[in-house]
Ligand binder design. Sequence first.
Ligand code: PMP
Length: 290
Amino acid sequence: FDDRDGSIWLDGAFVPWRDAKLHVLSHGLHYGGGVFEGERVYGGRVFKLTEHSRRLHTSARELGFRLPFAVSELDDASREVVRRQGIADGYVRPVAWRGSEQLGVSSAGTSVHVAIAAWEWPHVFSADARLRGIRLSTSRWRRPSPDTAPVHAKASSLYNICTLARDAAVAAGHDDALLLDHRGHLAEATGANLFLAIGGALHTPIPDVVLNGITRQTVINLARELGIAVYERHIRPEELSRADEVFLTGTAYEVQPVVAVDEHAYKVGKLASALSEAYGRLVRGPAPRR
Ligand code: PMP
């Protein structure tokens, strides 16, 4: 991924893609002091850009550091990265981490760095998997409690769990993993929030230990506009057997139907299809008029 043409925004300036490096003794690398964002570009525009820039700030705050760039500066930099890279449909990855001034566990004296890169990356799953739905298996790894980890931050350190879960699911022939939380409630997938359709209404976990995804919030609003009731609550895994539909939401996943969770099978249903369509209309804007 590091051997490409183009440029990456690093600490306020553009550097050639291949030169956007950090030191091996960076605090963030050793102790997980990093936060990041995942943003999506539709027709050259970043969807919900300011919401993502704000979340990068709140994530950093949860980890006890402050970003040296304001939300509006991050917004401008992201737009400029997309423009320079010539991205029409793609992905933007802002990341912030603690620097290499010292390597004690304490973060005292470390600087904070920020980089933003963008590339063409249309989808997480194949076109076929997106349409027919993906298969999940429940992971042995759990989303930790807020007493154990900064679960409200989009913190790099939490993705260690996601990578372990995702790799195990893929090795076993599934598309992604479903994680329970520390209490045994349904939590989320490795990069997306979870929704169950039961009797015409939607049910989704309370975001008390899962990331309160920007797509999740958008889809809840779209559902309510369509007159679909949405319940945010704790959901036990046994309820998977009475769900009519299951789907995931995320910046990269968009509205992704699920056709299997372990032994439970689902069809791509009416609610997932309606919300996927409504979400597509929202992010791409209305069809151009003749
Ligand atoms: N949960 C996790 C663990 C994620 O990585 C993501 C992707 N950022 C989400 C949920 C969905 O968040 P969003 O809709 O803001 O992309």
